[in-house]
Design a protein around this ligand. Structure first.
Ligand code: ADP
Ligand code: MG
Length: 367
């Protein structure tokens, strides 16, 4: 099991052009990583830096991110490994843009590109084996709202308020009972089904008096490769997570607090799973939330990519910081400015409370 955590900084929106920008990206110390820097909102003389496997700047294209982060996983998918791709971030930071994207070819997100790549590879395999090996693709698409699972292929009026039950299947896998699984043998097929389900997502959400940013949308694409001797099945899941904004600050009512509690819990467990996988710990707490349990996150040999979506402007400062803290990346605190505070003369290690190791850096010499 391996995990990559990358950050993507979205460009400024038209309405933000005059706004203060707070994020910058930099090459990491080892050439293999990249860094995002952000001021400490409580002390602007300090700057935090967070290290990622990669950072995609404002001008990065969908194609670039797909080529670098998703394309390598497709090969593994066809070898029988599972692939999971998450978009994490506050509402308005570009999760849906990253995963689903716009209508134009150039704006298409990771999901349609992934499917396109799966079909291309399927055709190539079928052609090279002269039809001896065949590939079947099917999809399911559901959302988790308030810890309940709703099938996005069900029309909103067909939804039961309690959602679909889950149960333990053989081999310790968790399955959603009654979830629709539809074959889709071409990109065109896929797009029709995907668009239809996405429409159910927004109308269903209105019915439940919730906005789609309050639920996790989980698309699972099953790929079965059958040769005369064996059938290999693997799954690619692409997840547009609920907005990670801190709801204590936004003055939400009771209903919103219930939503927030379940969103916070599942994102917290997700963060712990990602950390456990990246540190190759033997115990991954995937059973502690419905989403990670259904995904069996970290239980199979597979590949997980977490894309942390970030907005570059000051209006998102606290949420951005919490997103950056989320995946427990290596974090450093640096002094940006010239306060000659003796405390910072020597590096001091600060033991964080349940967080990453923080290294205070010495003051940089005045220039
Ligand atoms: P989220 O799903 O995280 O709430 P969206 O994907 O809806 O955020 O993005 C918020 C807004 O920013 C949308 O108008 C979207 O089109 C725009 N946006 C996000 N990322 C990009 C990008 N990389 N390039 C251009 N526009 C973007
Ligand atoms: Mg969205």
């Amino acid at each position: 099991m391996s995990v990559r955590v990358v950050a993507r900084i979205r460009p400024l929106l038209q309405s933000e052009i005059e706004k203060d920008q707070i994020l910058s990206s930099h090459p990491g110390p080892d050439g293999n990583t990249s860094i995002v820097k952000i001021p400490n909102p409580k002390n602007l003389a300090e700057e935090y830096s967070f290290q990622f496997n990669n950072v995609y700047d404002q001008d990065s294209t969908q194609q670039e991110i797909f080529d670098a982060e998703v394309t390598p996983t497709v090969k593994h998918l066809f070898l029988g490994y599972d692939v999971t791709i998450f978009a994490y971030g506050s509402t308005g930071t570009g999760k849906t843009h990253t995963m689903r994207g716009g209508k134009s070819l150039q704006d298409r997100g990771m999901i349609p590109r992934l499917l396109s790549s799966i079909y291309r590879k399927s055709r190539a395999i079928e052609k090279s084996t002269q039809g001896e090996t065949t590939v079947q693709v099917s999809m399911s698409y559901y959302e988790i709202y308030n810890d309940r699972v709703f099938d996005l292929f069900d029309a909103p009026e067909k939804r039961t308020p309690t959602g679909l039950p889950i149960r333990e299947a053989e081999g310790g896998k968790t399955v959603v009972v009654g979830l629709t699984e539809l074959p889709c043998s071409s990109l065109k097929d896929f797009e029709v089904l995907y668009d239809k389900a996405n429409n159910n997502r927004s109308t269903g959400a209105t019915k439940l008096n919730a906005h789609s940013s309050r639920s996790h949308a989980i698309l699972c694409v099953k790929v079965s490769v059958s040769s005369p001797t064996e059938t290999r099945v693997s799954t690619a899941c692409a997840i547009d997570l609920a907005g990670s904004e801190d709801n204590r600050r936004t003055g939400n009512g009771k209903e919103r607090m219930v939503e927030s509690a379940s969103i916070n819990k599942s994102l917290f467990v997700l963060a712990q799973c990602v950390e456990a996988i990246s540190k190759k710990q033997p115990r991954i707490p995937y059973r502690e939330s419905k989403m990670t349990r259904i995904l069996s996150l970290g239980q199979n040999n597979g590949f997980t990519v977490m894309i942390l979506n970030l907005a570059p402007v000051k209006g998102y400062h606290l949420d951005t910081l919490s997103s950056l803290n989320f995946a427990n990346r290596t974090k450093k605190i640096e002094v940006r400015e010239v306060e000659n505070d003796p405390i910072f003369k020597r590096p001091v290690s600060v033991a964080p409370v349940g967080g990453p190791t923080i290294q205070r850096q010495p003051l940089r010499p005045l220039t």
